[in-house]
Design a protein around this ligand. Structure first.
Ligand code: HXC
Length: 283
């Protein structure tokens, strides 16, 4: 993904000058766009994910595109010692953490009978435990900075979408954490919110999941109330807003940014898709 994510035409340019963002999953897709937008508003950023090479490349590209300071730290969010190291590296490099985005996630379509014990556990560990681990590791720094946390969620469980129980249940629990942390960290000056993105073009998630959703015969998006597929910019704008003083009395909220999509999205060919599920290619 290399398209420009620039929200400075809408929000003040130096909004986050002197502030520091730590973002898991920031090397690709939506979270890379969220990071790029924050950096264009003056934040310094540390991005983390498992793949060091991919991460270094993304950081270099974003530095070039924005002129900002972005460093890459390889860490598997499932491992507490790895995220503690990432937090330590952030402090060594930039001295503080004002913003945390929990975006690292894993997902795939899997009918119930094809979802192994290990597959379910893997997604719960990446999404849910990863969110807990990184937040716990960064929490004292966020309190010190009176910062803001954004947990990246999903609307999958609102309607019980088939083939998505692993990700859906992880995201439901993440939404619970958003509320628990809003209550427990609010008195320390930390705001905690979530963003639930809808289908965002050219992301890994979209490539992996779009086969399960109903679309128009011509492949269009007229079933989305706002009539179009999302862009990374849509999520970036919500991110900048929630991290800004414009949201200074907003906490414990998971903001759905999906053009109204979850209310009208239906599974493809239900109930046959669960009675006679196809053999799905692994993407
Ligand atoms: C069924 C699968 C599978 C698939 C893996 N598994 N892919 N089962 N269908 N397509 C099973 C494996 O067989 C294994 O179980 C277990 O899951 C763990 O797989 P590993 O490959 O060993 O795990 P790991 O290397 O940790 O990989 C995790 C991953 C991977 C989730 C499977 O795809 C990944 O890390 N992806 C990261 C990027 C990603 O998915 N991004 C999309 C996020 S989209 P067994 O039993 O064989 O050992 C998103 C958006 C949500 O979150 C909603 C948007 C609207």
């Amino acid at each position: 993904m290399s398209s420009v994510v620039d929200t400075t035409q809408i929000f003040k340019e130096n909004l986050f000058a002197g502030k520091v963002l730590l973002c898991s999953g920031g090397g690709s897709g939506i979270c890379r766009g969220m990071t790029e937008a924050m950096v264009r508003h003056g934040a310094k950023a540390v991005i983390i994910s498992r793949s060091k090479d991919k991460l270094e490349k993304a950081a270099a590209e974003m530095r070039q595109a924005t002129g900002g300071e972005i460093i890459a730290v390889a860490a598997d969010v499932r491992k507490p010692e790895a995220v503690e190291n990432a937090v330590q590296k952030t402090i060594e490099a930039f001295g503080r953490i004002d913003f945390l985005i929990n975006g690292a996630a894993g997902n795939f379509l899997a009918p119930f009978q094809d979802l192994s014990y290990n597959a379910f556990r893997t997604v719960i560990e990446i999404d849910l435990l990863g969110t807990f681990n990184l937040t716990k590791a960064a929490s004292e720094h966020l309190k010190k900075a009176k910062g803001s946390i954004i947990n990246v969620s999903a609307t999958l469980y609102y309607t019980g979408l088939p083939y998505q129980q692993h990700a859906g249940s992880a995201k439901a629990a993440i939404d619970a954490l958003t509320k628990h942390w809003a209550v427990e960290l609010g008195p320390h000056g930390v705001r905690v919110n979530g963003i639930s993105p809808g289908p965002i073009g050219s992301t890994v998630g979209m490539k992996k999941l779009s086969g399960a959703f109903r679309r128009d015969e011509n492949g269009g998006h007229s079933s989305i109330p706002l009539g179009r597929q999302g862009e990374t910019m849509d999520i970036a704008q919500a991110t900048v807003f929630l991290n800004s003083q414009g949201a200074s009395w907003i906490t414990g909220v998971t903001l759905v940014v999906d053009g109204g999509c979850w209310m009208t999205t239906a599974p493809v060919n239900y109930p046959q898709m669960v009675l006679n599920p196809p053999k799905l290619a692994r993407l």
